[in-house]
Ligand binder design. Sequence first.
Ligand code: SF4
Length: 408
Amino acid sequence: MDVQRKLEILADAAKYDASCASSGTEMRDSSDGKGLGSTAPGMGICHSYAPDGRCISLLKVLLTNACNYDCLYCVNRTSSNVPRARFTIDEIVKLTLDFYRRNYIEGLFLSSGIIRSADYTMEQVVSVARKLREDHHFRGYIHLKTIPEADDTLIAEAGKYADRLSINIEVPEDSLAKLAPEKDVRAIRRTMGRLRLKLDEATEAGASKAKPPRFAPAGQSTQMIVGADSSNDQTILATSANLYGAYRLKRVYYSAFSPIPDSSRALPLAAPPLMREHRLYQADWLMRFYEFAVEEIVEGAGMLPLDIDPKLAWALRHRDRFPLDVARASREELLRVPGFGRKAVDRIIATRRLTSIRAADLGRLHIPKQKALPFIILSDHRPSPRLLDTASLAERFKPKAAQLGFGF
Ligand code: SF4
């Protein structure tokens, strides 16, 4: 099999991993000769965010899509009837360098099905990174998937060469035994714990000015598949909160389950609404940057509303806390106002030290006026009782079009 065909198979097999997906935009292209440009990345190329916030392009492939495991939600599972391929280490190294030299990519995202053993697979993955870094002095970004049961020395070596390491937990623990019987949740958690210890050691050494051992400076991440099992949003977010707290994960990625060919009857036939994935990202953002607890974000039946964002939904459920006087409210209170982002709150706090804030100032502070005004008091604005009516407010905020982006 030539390398081009292997790339087709192994890039396609890698696309289900959301850890570096460029989701959230519609796919457009100009291959019909009309228009210019495309949002569909080239084969095997995905977009991700570097630690400094830049959007970068990565070659995203599997070393092999052969796998000993039979995770029901995975197109690469051993019982799946798909064409199989396997790159040699040198083939991936060459592809990465060729793509890099042509400016197609700024780095590599490498994962693999598990073949022979966890150690053998991890050794193969690490060898690619080792060759790139040591033989070719490759300075681009490298994200490696970590095989949970792999030996500690291999994990340490992976961290030496990679910018980021990830282990996919995929589904909340209660469902893992049913959907991925060979996966051992204790091994996954143990390895996340090992990664955390090594990340902490590197951070502490850096703080004490000792030369820190290089270990995955962009940290560790994981992915959760949404809609492959009956877990509700509350369970998914509680799992994420636990992972962020226990293992200092940089990111949990949420990937809406896509039905796969010849799938098990244990799986749903249809994909969940993409908006569910988007709302989970927004809720995740609220937990990490807006000091919301899971129980505050998701109440009742345990599902996030699809028609309005979770922060607005929380504010509508807690109308007694509003309207909030922007001149006096604490930072924590301001962060809970719909439409107020973190930067906007910083700007408000800096501005109100000098002058009173008026409704006309909201635009300059990058705050969506219509969204925020029903919840705040300004020097020249107090919402009318009609505006404070929860039912009509909820109706007003139901979107005409899907909301994308994280502007809460
Ligand atoms: S171990 Fe990974 S590649 Fe293998 S079947 Fe499970 S999810 Fe797929």
